[in-house]
Design a protein around this ligand. Structure first.
Ligand code: ADP
Ligand code: MG
Length: 243
């Protein structure tokens, strides 16, 4: 059945905070293996949308389906850890008291020995096998980001949500880590909803861009099409950041 459904589908999501409409009727569908970027200026409602999908915030109205299954409407709610959703945020939030290996294995079931093959495979894939018994503080920021990616991808989530995951990284490292992250996600066939305020990042990573402003999606399409034919003057101004 999963093949016939988008990995993630959100319909008519609205979120009001104290009478202020922060997310205003947002609908999106992400097909298997695709990367969609939710792109827009700071404060437009991107993180709120992502938090609602993750299940750590609740929409005022609207529905969320993962693999064709309803995970949330205004009366029914699957808890975050049961949504088959992976999360990566700007601060990597590794568990400081767990080794790198145990961080990567955290979302897997079974004993440490059961989890070892998947942990080993992913650490090797991100080039950090030698750190399996070290602790996060012994790693650089870029290395911690790779561990966070390995941890999030380990349980094979249907959809990966990423909120500005690269903005805390040194400029020098950023392009390399963007490309490595994308390569690993594509290899694993993971579908992605990536939030960013940087047009350049969306152009580099997205199969599809959803341009957001003031709580609404104002344009959707392939990066090339959006870049070449922005919907309105505000979109032109926003994209003019790219050199
Ligand atoms: P973005 O991620 O695009 O920068 P956010 O989703 O973080 O935007 O925020 C969108 C708007 O919602 C902002 O005006 C923000 O102040 C407001 N907002 C976010 N969370 C809350 C909250 N818990 N209570 C009240 N307002 C909030
Ligand atoms: Mg945000």
């Amino acid at each position: 059945m999963t093949g016939t459904h988008p990995r993630l589908e959100i319909r008519n999501i609205v979120r009001d905070f104290e009478g202020k409409r922060v997310v205003n009727d947002v609908s999106l569908a992400i097909d298997p293996g695709k990367v969609t970027c939710l792109l827009g200026p700071s404060g437009c409602g991107k993180s709120t949308t992502l938090r609602i999908i993750a299940g750590v915030d609740m929409q005022t109205s609207g529905t969320i389906h993962v693999d064709g299954q309803l995970v949330c409407d205004t009366v029914f709610r699957v808890p975050p850890e049961k949504r088959s959703i992976g999360l990566i945020f700007q601060d990597f939030a590794l568990f400081p008291h767990l080794t790198v290996g145990d961080n990567v294995g955290f979302g897997l079931s079974g004993s440490r020995r059961d989890r070892a093959p998947r942990v080993g495979e992913l650490l090797e894939r991100v080039g950090l096998s030698h750190y399996v018994n070290e602790y996060p503080h012994q790693l650089s920021g870029g290395e911690q980001q790779r561990v966070a990616l390995a941890r999030a991808i380990a349980p094979r989530p249907s959809i990966m949500l990423m909120d500005e995951p690269f903005s805390g990284l040194d400029n020098r490292l950023r392009d390399g880590i963007r490309d490595e992250t994308l390569a690993l996600l594509k290899e694993e066939g993971t579908s992605v909803l990536l939030v960013t305020h940087e047009p350049e990042e969306a152009m580099r990573m997205a199969d599809e861009i959803a341009l957001m402003r003031d709580g609404k999606i104002v344009q959707r399409g392939a990066p090339y099409n959006i870049y070449n034919a922005p919907a309105d003057k505000a979109a032109v101004a926003f994209f003019s950041d790219i050199n």
